[in-house]
Design a protein around this ligand. Structure first.
Ligand code: FAD
Length: 264
């Protein structure tokens, strides 16, 4: 289906973008467009205006601090992250981005768009929760930082409020990480996924089983399956998988991700 007519603006600064979003309740930020344009074509969303973030250098770039913290601009594409020498400090990031969809999507899609759309089948929400990412949100009232666990609020809902933008994601140093997924086809949509990080204890975040990633901690990878069972997950049933099968996958994938993390 063709897009309906929509106003379009390409601001030159974050301040200008915030002004445009504030003055029009029906305006939406446009990042890579890999989700937004598709839902607009399907008429599942119908913004009055698009505020294109692609001209904003303030939202781009990857920096590695002396303490190993990575700061990644929200408009960084998956491909840019995969090619970044700095991002290799936390290798799981590039590894997971390389498994998202296809080259075209990876060249256009952004980390900010992935987490802000919070599709429960997306790869990055559970990964961000497992590795302790912190999101910086800016609005006309100022800036605040939100831990990933508090950022994802519901299906397609995040802590980014009306008129606000995600500007960057901060990721602490670490390398003992793992990710496992069962997808529809080689690079297809996730039926269930899990990310894990080991730092003394094991922190696992499971996707596709609830509106937001389910975060579970365990003493060791061998204890992860029991911890997932104890969480009493109530995943959705759909054409791709029953709730029972997703519950099973959650245990298997969380354990696989935790073992991979511990083995690194
Ligand atoms: C064929 C296909 C297959 C795909 N498969 C997968 C997959 O397997 N796994 C996966 O994770 N993803 C998948 N995707 C989705 C893809 O990763 C998208 O790139 C991503 O979900 C959205 O990123 P975007 O930059 O395109 O954002 P957009 O589509 O431009 O925006 C998405 C939403 O986020 C908001 N937004 C974007 N940036 C900001 C910001 N900085 N601040 C505030 N709000 C913002 C927009 O207003 C919009 O509501 C697929 C997409 C396609 C087309």
């Amino acid at each position: 289906m063709l897009l309906r007519e929509v106003e379009y603006a390409k601001p030159a600064s974050v301040a200008e973008a915030l002004g445009l979003l504030a003055e029009n309740d029906g305006a939406r930020a446009l990042a890579g467009g890999q989700t937004l344009i598709n839902v607009m074509k399907a008429r599942a969303a119908s913004p009055d205006a698009l505020v294109d973030l692609n001209g904003l250098d303030e939202l781009k770039g990857i920096e590695l601090a002396a303490d190993g913290t990575l700061t990644i601009g929200a408009m960084t594409t998956y491909s840019e992250l995969m090619a970044s020498a700095e991002a290799k400090a936390r290798p799981i990031l590039g590894e997971v981005c390389a498994t998202i969809a296809d080259v075209q999507v990876r060249n256009r899609g952004t980390l900010g768009g992935n987490v802000c759309s919070n599709d429960p089948t997306n790869h990055l929400p559970p990964l961000m929760c497992a590795i302790g990412a912190r999101m910086t949100i800016v609005g006309q009232a100022g800036e605040r930082e939100v831990p990933a666990e508090e950022f994802f609020l519901g299906v397609y809902m995040t802590a980014v409020g009306p008129g606000e933008l995600l500007t960057r994601i901060a990721i602490p140093a670490g390398k003992h990480d793992g990710f496992a997924a069962v997808t529809l086809g080689a690079d297809g949509t996730c039926i269930c996924n899990a990310a894990a990080s080991v730092n003394g204890s094991v922190r696992v975040a499971i996707g596709c089983v609830d509106a937001v990633p389910v975060v579970i901690t365990a003493g060791s990878p061998d204890e992860v399956a029991a911890a997932v069972r104890a969480a009493d997950l109530d995943p959705p049933s759909d054409v791709h998988a029953s709730a029972e099968y997703r519950r099973h996958l959650a245990e298997v994938l969380a354990t696989r991700a935790a073992k991979e993390a511990a083995a690194r």
